[in-house]
Design a protein around this ligand. Sequence first.
Ligand SMILES: Cc1ncc(COP(=O)(O)O)c(C=O)c1O
Length: 436
Amino acid sequence: MTSDDLLARHRAVLPSWMPLYYAEPLELVSGSGRRVTDAAGRTYLDFFGGVLTNMIGYDIPEIREAVERQVRTGIVHSSTLYLIRQQVELAEKIARVSGIPDARVFFTNSGTEANEAALLVATNHRRSHQVLAVRNSYHGRSYAAMGVTGNRGWSASALNPLQVAWLHSGERLRGLLARLDESDRIDAAVEDLREVLATQTAGDVACLIAEPIQGVGGFVHGPDGLFAAWKKVLDEHGILLISDEVQTGWGRTGEHFWGYEAHGVTPDLLTFAKGIGNGFALAGVVGRAEVLESVPAISFSTYGGNPVSTAAGNAVVDYLLNHDLQANAARVGAILGDGLRAATADLDSVAEVRGKGLMLGVEFVRPGTTEPDPTLTTRVFEACREGGLLVGKGGLHGNVVRMGPPLTLTEDEAREGLAILVEAIRSSVAAAEVIA
Ligand SMILES: Cc1ncc(COP(=O)(O)O)c(C=O)c1O
């Protein structure tokens, strides 16, 4: 069967609002390390990792064997009504590395459900359904998660169980706070928070939910320290802070294990997903016992923290810590980030190369302006694929190429991908100039 047949069948039975990448969509049929092979037999270096999810890479023996061991026991599922050794062990590890004191962990199957659980906990703890969220955010596809998602293109419904008030993100390039210097942006973002609390809420707000680096939003973020400045104000009111670490967790930013650590603050709750399962459905929320215990009825997830996913999760966390992948993300990410900055410094269609560690984005604009150029972005994206490199796309205006490769990326692979990326950018910019 060819990929063409599969594409027609896909379009015939799957909804169009679940988009496919590329003018000619890819079917990935095998993978090893940081490389994947498509149905036509072509191999690509993968800098997107199934949206930052194949965090250790493909076909990693330690993870495969842990999963196979669990499957061989015959217990693929038992339900949370019974003790699950793998789940308890993983919760112990996550509680230990979370940085949250007296931590409790609740496992779910997806980042959406993790955020839903965090919002459930926070709104019950505070007995309020008022929530603060950040513009340009993405938190998932349930009603509450869409309700705190500040991106029209990813919010498929206006129905919202929460009353949400919106904060400026403090990002550098766009919005009312853009172009202020870092400390002025923090001051302005704090002023914005105080004003929103005073004008758009009844005061007794449950929580603020925020991503340390906005993933779908195109890897933009406010200045380091912003969460701490916000939290000072939140603490005056007893408002909880939820850090959505679905993309930023597990050392991906290189400089820290969690994104929130760049801000010099510990959140009340953090949510995790994607990388922890290295492809197996595993996610969850961590919080102080006093907060996480605020659920007044039974609440369980049939598959949340199931034996197979948590077997994978344990192997992932062990691998991550034993190989110090955070340090690798910092080292290899610097090769990629610095290389990209140097290679694009003379291009006025590149507004910014940004991000931390192995979470890097390139924003494309019309030359010399901040007007988004999604057409050029798509051209670069397709050219990367032609060159043998898979990357992602994002940003509110679809004008950011995103990279979130496995944290096991080697220096040679970083240089190989960098060369493809730079060539894709340069040839696409040159082609755009000819058309203009
Ligand atoms: C920051 C963030 N939070 C939550 C989610 C939702 O996760 P899931 O797709 O596993 O429901 C995502 C997914 O991209 C995300 O990037």
